[in-house]
Design a protein around this ligand. Structure first.
Ligand code: FE2
Length: 282
């Protein structure tokens, strides 16, 4: 690890860990000898996870005729890939449902933005196959996870001063030597997520510099810009978004794609919003 990042993490104290239930579920998903029943068993043990899975499977998005009432049924219906995405979403929901005043984000906005980028990145990457599309969803969901760690430092900084004006990500660099993307990638690495995902998180603002995660970074980058222009979670780093040309070309970005995306992202974000509100009450 580079020493600037090392020092920054020491300053923060500790990076947010991945919840134990998620780590267990991801281990089962990665294990070729495990069954869908093993996964259902782990998910059933966690109330928040169970409620998310059931809420999602019964949402308008899937349009089921009869409601699904058990995790076991949901696991069978959704399949492992979608489940993988849900497990991650449920895990980061509690982490992302916080205000981030340093980024001018109110409580719930970081969650809404992340879920919007995730859904957008999945749609954008769909033409490259279902596996890539689900990975793009994960990368979108986690792209700004580093803001949670950065927030600990920014809490004590007045970012409305002249010193902090300009490209916010550049300001992170100037003041701390790394940006939220690098810090988020380090969190993902510690959570033992795949390298392509780590690379995509690290380069979601500069996808042309990504290596193995270029396609994912490109999908997330474009989805991030689209979510910003739809007004979903506009924080300080979204005010000066410059689209990367190579990324647009890679994913075949067009006006009709944007229209399609906005029509589908908005209901998805609303659904996620309802979920997080219900979660706060429980
Ligand atoms: Fe970002």
């Amino acid at each position: 690890m580079n020493s600037t990042l090392d020092k920054l993490i020491a300053q923060i104290g500790e990076l947010p860990p991945l919840p134990v239930v998620t780590q267990k579920a991801l281990d089962v998903i990665r294990d070729p000898n495990s069954s869908m029943g093993d996964l259902a068993k782990i998910l059933s043990m966690d109330e928040a996870m169970t409620s998310l899975v059931l809420r999602w499977v019964n949402s308008a998005y899937y349009g089921l005729k009869y409601p699904v009432s058990t995790v076991q049924q949901a696991v069978t219906f959704l399949g492992q890939r979608t489940l993988h995405s849900l497990v991650l979403a449920a895990s980061v929901a509690s982490l992302l449902d916080r205000s981030a005043p340093g980024y001018a984000l109110e409580r719930g906005e970081l969650w809404r933005h992340s879920i919007g980028v995730a859904a957008g990145a999945r749609l954008i990457a769909a033409k490259f196959g279902q596996r890539i599309a689900e990975e793009a969803y994960h990368a979108g969901l986690l792209c700004d996870i580093g803001k949670l760690a950065f927030e600990v430092l920014l809490r004590n900084v007045d970012t409305s001063t002249e010193e902090w004006q300009g490209d916010f990500r550049e300001m992170e660099y100037i003041h701390y030597g790394v940006d939220h993307a690098t810090l988020g990638a380090e969190m993902a690495r510690r959570w033992r997520l795949p390298n392509t995902l780590v690379d995509a998180i690290a380069h979601h603002h500069n996808p042309s510099e990504a290596e193995e995660g270029f396609l994912l970074a490109a999908a997330v980058h474009v989805a991030d810009a689209a979510a910003m222009s739809l007004g979903i979670g506009i924080g300080k780093d979204g005010l000066q978004y410059i689209l990367d040309e190579a990324a647009c070309e890679k994913v075949g970005w067009s006006d009709s794609m944007f229209n399609d995306l906005s029509a589908r992202i908005i209901p998805f974000v609303e659904e996620a919003d309802q979920y997080i509100r219900a979660r706060r009450k429980s």
